[in-house]
Design a protein around this ligand. Sequence first.
Ligand SMILES: NC(=O)C1=CN([C@@H]2O[C@H](COP(=O)(O)OP(=O)(O)OC[C@H]3O[C@@H](n4cnc5c(N)ncnc54)[C@H](OP(=O)(O)O)[C@@H]3O)[C@@H](O)[C@H]2O)C=CC1
Ligand SMILES: O=C[C@H](O)[C@@H](O)[C@@H](O)[C@H](O)C(=O)O
Length: 338
Amino acid sequence: MNPSLSKFMLAHTPKSILNPTPTMTTSLPLNTGGSIPALGLGTWQSAPGEVKAAVIHAIEAGYRHIDCAHCYQNEDEVGAALKEVFERGIVKREDVFVTSKLWCTDHTRVEEGLDRSLKALGLQYLDLYLMHWPVPMNPNGNHPLFPKLPDGSRDIDHSLTHIQTWQNLEALASSSPSPKVKAIGVANYSVKYLTKLLEKAKIVPAVNQIENHPYLPQQEVVDFCKEKGIHVTAYSPFGSTGSPMMKEEKVQEVAKKHSVGAGTVLLSYHLARGSSVIPKSVTPSRIDENRKLISLDDEDMQKLEALHKEKGVTRFVYPPFGIDLGFSDKPGGMDLSG
Ligand SMILES: NC(=O)C1=CN([C@@H]2O[C@H](COP(=O)(O)OP(=O)(O)OC[C@H]3O[C@@H](n4cnc5c(N)ncnc54)[C@H](OP(=O)(O)O)[C@@H]3O)[C@@H](O)[C@H]2O)C=CC1
Ligand SMILES: O=C[C@H](O)[C@@H](O)[C@@H](O)[C@H](O)C(=O)O
């Protein structure tokens, strides 16, 4: 085609055609050659007794991505839900993207941690296995998940670093003949920790799952991940428990402009940035509502991107590890970056 004609057509093509409206099953590429569905169901703090119904409802409603973790203490119920949807023929195993995470007390026994999650979930393989935090904790402490020292602080295991944990995950991902994980990644990694990891890594993490919303855009992490080919998944998109971000005035203004709910704006913000997003709900009507995504325009994004400067950076999820994880909004603590 004549180059000036193609330039003209590009300039006059509606933006909606160039950037089609994302849908919940829009697939985003991973550096493994695979892909991840743009929207997943979160399961943290989804109580046993509620999470099975939530997962079944989500799959029936079209979700194809479930975010789990051993630490959530509900993987057996998620597994029961998956068993049911597979048996009822609603979806096949290969049509659902299942993520789980290696908990901090399992850094010295990654295969055991993985096998425990696979057993609870009733699966032969995971689509993605993440290191939940770059912080090893005592595997033989006074609590299986949250061991503490007598002074009440978290019982950190200083016998290994997150880099050794990553090397053990790499071995799992490259085991033959068929690895039990299709992809490995990390969560809660700052640029500082990622830089140290990449110096030694043979496999670049497929994903970095981080807290992300307009009060905590983490632009430096998102940009760094993009440069290194690491996909970002945004967690706590509504500001976690009680969804405080939904009340934000500017979010509501954007929602009103597009005649959608505040949740749609908060989820669509990540799609506009090339990230996937994993809202949690155990409420059927909200699980349905959270499927809706739209294309936000530059004006909307500018408004949302200015929010953390106007209101201050706010991080809703920051466990008391006592460790400096390299995030500029949370200085202090021991440096374990290696
Ligand atoms: N890697 C990590 O360290 C972390 C990962 N995650 C993952 O991300 C997921 C999402 O983050 P999470 O912290 O749970 O919080 P979210 O930001 O997803 O918010 C969840 C809260 O919002 C409510 N909610 C959901 N949808 C709506 C709606 N449409 N209208 C009003 N309220 C709504 C939920 O209530 P209800 O359920 O009662 O409907 C719940 O109280 C987690 O579940 C987990 O899978 C989260 C934190 C850390
Ligand atoms: O994924 C969710 C969060 O990371 C959660 O697992 C942690 O915040 C945990 O409750 C902790 O206290 O360390």
